[in-house]
Structure formats: C-alpha cells, structure tokens
Design a binder for this molecule. Structure first.
Ligand SMILES: NC(=O)c1ccc[n+]([C@@H]2O[C@H](COP(=O)([O-])OP(=O)(O)OC[C@H]3O[C@@H](n4cnc5c(N)ncnc54)[C@H](O)[C@@H]3O)[C@@H](O)[C@H]2O)c1
Length: 344
C-alpha cells in the first residue's frame, strides 16, 4: 500500500519532488499525495493543477491539513527559515518527515529536530540529493578501494553565476548555507572521514547580486590528516563549473580529477625512479548501486525503504547534522577570523 503524504512548500523545488514521486521508477506507486500546503494558496493550487492533484485538501495552515488528512509522511519543501516549525508540526502529528536541505537554520534547531524525532519515534531525514549522483558514488568507491593509496586531500572549485531571485538574494551566508551544504556533505561522504575543524573566509565579491556571503574559501581538517579545500562563489560570471564542483582528490599513490560531470582522470605512480615518477591510469569503478544515483528520487526511495525495513535513512538528521556543523563552523570561523573546531 502506498504511503500517504502531505507536501508543504509548493515553490520551485516542489516540482522536482512531485515529478519524482509521479514518474520515477524507484517511487512508482509508493506515495500518494493527500494534501498540499503553502503560505500562498495560489502557489499550492497551481502546483496541484500541474500534477492532477486539484481534488485533494489544499491550504495555508499546515496543522489544519495534517489534522484533516492524517498522513504517514510530511514532505517539507519550505524555505529554510520556516523549516523548524514545519518539522516540529509534522512530528507532532506522528508523520515521518523528509526535509529539504539545509536541515536547519542553526545547530540548536537541528539538535531539537533530532530530539523531537526520537521522542516521536518517527524518522526525520534530509534531502542531500547531491550525494546521490553517480560521480560521488563512484569516487566514494574508488577511495574505499584504496587504489589511490591513503586519502590525503580533497579540493573542489564551485564557481557559478546563478541569478535565482527570491529568498536567496536576501539570505545570510547564502553560499555556505544554501549550496555549500551539498558540497560539504558530498566531501564528507566521499572521504568517509569525520570533519574536525575549519578556517574560512566568507566574502560578498564586488558586483555580487546577493546581499551577503556569495563566496567562501574554507579549509577543513578531517580526521586522519585529510584536508578538504573548498573554494566557491555563486556570483562568478564567465566560466561555470558543474553544480557538483570540479574536484582534485589526492591519495598517497595518485590523484583523481573529476569535472563534476562525466569526465574522470585517475592516475597512480607506476615505478620508483625519475624526477616525475611514471604514472599509470586506473579505472574509476561504477557506482555500487545504480539506485543510489538518481538525486531526489534516490533520497526519497531511501527514506521509504528505511521506514519499511526499520533502518536509519542514509541522510537521517542525526547524521546530517554533521554536515550542517561544517557549515556553521565555517560561518563562525569567517565571523571570528579563527580556526573553529567542528562539534555537534
Ligand atoms: N536539494 C536541492 O537540490 C534544492 C534545490 C533548490 C532548492 N532546494 C531547497 O528547497 C527549499 C525550497 O526552495 P525553493 O527554491 O522551492 O523556494 P521557493 O521560494 O520557490 O518556494 C518555497 C515555498 O515555501 C512556501 N513557504 C514558506 N514558508 C512556509 C510555511 N511555513 N508553510 C508552508 N509553505 C511555506 C513559500 O510560500 C514558497 O512557495 C529550500 O530549503 C531550498 O534550499 C533544494
């Protein structure tokens, strides 16, 4: 039988969720949307019409729609500032809650959500769809295999001139909180290491069309002496990188380059003489599980599988808070000009 779900927040991103639910093979017949909520009723009605959902309860008051429909699931696709209240309502109504990123607007809010989910005995997880892409899964597998030797560093460049309009242009720490959360989460996943501390410089470059924090340079220390360098800007015109960033990952035996799309180059040392050692190419293995490479559809499917089997979802709030902590430590470091330990 399909899970019943209310979706709150019917703006741009909700189209991706509803499309995945309606059309992706991983989700076929698994979710029935029984209610839609948005502070702006017309936005919810337009989304309902687009997906043939005009007959279901639609409203501006989440509590009222949850009371009326009593769903199994709450899908939270609201703006980040409204997330804490929406998650709390969903859990209070006995729903399992899957939220868009970022998990919370502060670490304290994130901790409260984890406690509320535990008290309610319900799952709470976060959409980190950018770890559910083939390239990230392939890199994790390559690193795990040891083919690059001991992992020593991850370096990524994220440079995109993105003109969204809307909430982002007026948001504090817009790059770190709204976008870098994906990249930092992907780095943490690929490395399979715990983040320990960060130094960060956050800037709003000349010509930025964002109010604050459209760029950041951050150096993260991971456990086992692994260093992760993040360089990013959301107001860099002229040469966009991939949304996944462009990566250089180093190990004690060699290097992997990934353009964030389909191009990989991985080489390791082949011989022990010469100023520059001879190198040989190595294969980047395919993803261990192709079902984990479909972005939103894979995250939602993982969440449903977790409910069905009683395990924790990969992006459970209790784990995802470690990625959120990287963001808030970077923000703290930028504010204080100090190296900041990363603690949850
Ligand atoms: N995972 C991704 O790749 C990805 C991509 C884009 C956006 N997002 C995230 O999705 C979320 C929504 O982003 P968006 O681009 O759709 O924004 P948006 O502004 O287009 O839509 C958000 C909607 O939420 C509604 N809303 C706000 N507070 C609400 C509340 N308390 N109850 C009900 N509705 C409320 C707004 O009226 C608006 O219609 C954000 O957290 C954003 O970071 C994720």
């Amino acid at each position: 039988m399909a899970f019943t779900a209310v979706l709150a927040g019917c703006g741009s991103m909700s189209r991706g969720w509803l499309t995945a639910i309606a059309t992706h093979p991983l989700l076929a017949g698994r979710v029935q949307v029984v209610g839609l909520v948005d502070l702006d009723r017309a936005t919810a009605e337009a989304r309902a019409a687009e997906f043939g959902l005009a007959g279901i309860p639609i409203g501006t008051d989440l509590d009222a729609i949850l009371t009326q429909t009593g769903p199994d699931l709450l899908f939270d696709v609201v703006v980040p500032g409204a997330r804490a209240g929406v998650v709390e309502s969903g859990l209070r109504h006995g729903c399992h809650v899957l939220s868009e990123k970022p998990m919370a607007a502060s670490i304290d809010e994130g901790r409260a959500m984890i406690a509320q989910a535990a008290a309610a005995g319900r799952l709470h997880a976060v959409v980190q769809n950018r770890r559910f892409v083939a390239g990230v899964r392939r890199i994790r597998r390559l690193i795990d295999s040891g083919a690059l030797g001991e992992l020593t560093g991850l370096n990524c460049d994220f440079f995109i001139g993105a003109h969204f309009g809307g909430f982002r242009e007026d948001m504090d720490h817009v790059l770190l909180l709204d976008m870098a959360i994906h990249t930092l989460d992907a780095a943490r996943f690929m490395a399979g290491k715990r983040p320990r501390a960060v130094y960060c410089l956050e800037t709003n470059p000349r010509g930025s069309w964002y109010r604050q924090g459209a760029a950041a340079n951050a150096i993260f220390e991971f456990e086992d002496d692994v260093v992760f360098n993040y360089r990013g800007s959301w107001c860099a015109e002229g040469a966009n990188t991939s949304w996944e960033s462009a990566w250089r990952i180093t190990g004690s035996k060699g290097t992997l380059l990934w353009d964030g799309e389909d191009h990989f180059e991985a080489r390791i040392v082949d011989g022990d003489t010469g100023f520059f050692r001879d190198l040989k190419p190595i294969e980047v293995p395919p993803p261990a599980d192709a079902d984990q490479t479909h972005g939103h559809a894979s995250v939602i499917a993982d969440f449903l599988d977790a409910i069905e089997t009683g395990r924790s979802p990969e992006t459970a709030g209790s784990d995802n808070i470690n990625s959120l902590a990287m963001v808030f430590a970077a923000i703290d470091s930028a504010r204080t000009g100090q190296r900041v330990p990363i603690a949850v």
